[in-house]
Design a protein around this ligand. Structure first.
Ligand code: HEC
Length: 160
């Protein structure tokens, strides 16, 4: 009798624990506007990184000292395509509609960028100044190659 009551109490306690331990609602997925803000921020930071690597290298910084910056750019290049998610198509931005209608080409241009940035990172890690210079040129060309087709010009400054 006593044992049965104990089991019931233990059972109730466990039920309480199970309710308390139940995970809360899953965190909300980022909103399309937030994804666009993240890709614009990443783009701006990638320009900062690329310019830093170019300038520092031109000023005699050893290639290996640029490995962290180059590695960051390679990580960004690999992650970047996910921020052009289908869900962001309708959000006003400077991405041309062709980024989604010419998906295969947009993906090819993203891949070219990822490969160039990977080579940049490898060159810096290997402390290879010549390879770094070559990869800087191909990375810059990959940025421009995509912008020429898929980045709309900035809106003109507003009068007054
Ligand atoms: C595969 C295509 C692609 C590649 C590669 C690419 N970009 Fe972009 N970039 C875009 C598009 C599209 C936009 C417009 C983004 C928007 O407003 O939604 C953009 C926007 C930008 C912006 C403006 C960001 C802002 O403040 O709104 C900068 C700066 C930029 N890119 C720099 C770079 C640099 C530097 C590289 C190479 C290291 C690069 N991009 C590589 C497609 C690309």
């Amino acid at each position: 009798m006593k044992a049965a009551r104990l089991i019931i109490v233990a059972g109730l306690a466990l039920t309480g624990w199970a309710v308390a331990a139940k995970p809360g609602p899953a965190p909300a997925a980022p909103k399309p506007q937030e994804i666009v803000a993240a890709r614009q921020a990443g783009m701006a930071l990638s320009a900062t990184s690329l310019n830093f690597i170019k300038g520092a290298s031109a000023n005699g910084m050893p290639a290996k000292n640029l490995a962290f910056a180059a590695g960051g750019l390679a990580k960004w290049a690999a992650a970047m395509p996910t921020l052009f998610a289908e869900s962001t198509r309708a959000v006003p931005s400077r991405t041309r509609a062709e980024a989604w209608t010419n998906k295969a080409d947009f993906t090819a241009k993203s891949t070219a960028f990822a490969e160039a940035a990977k080579a940049l990172s490898a060159a810096a890690q290997a402390d290879d100044k010549e390879a770094l210079a070559a990869a800087l040129a191909s990375t810059g060309a990959a940025c421009k190659g995509c912008h020429d087709s898929y980045q709309a010009p900035p809106p003109p400054p507003r009068a007054g």
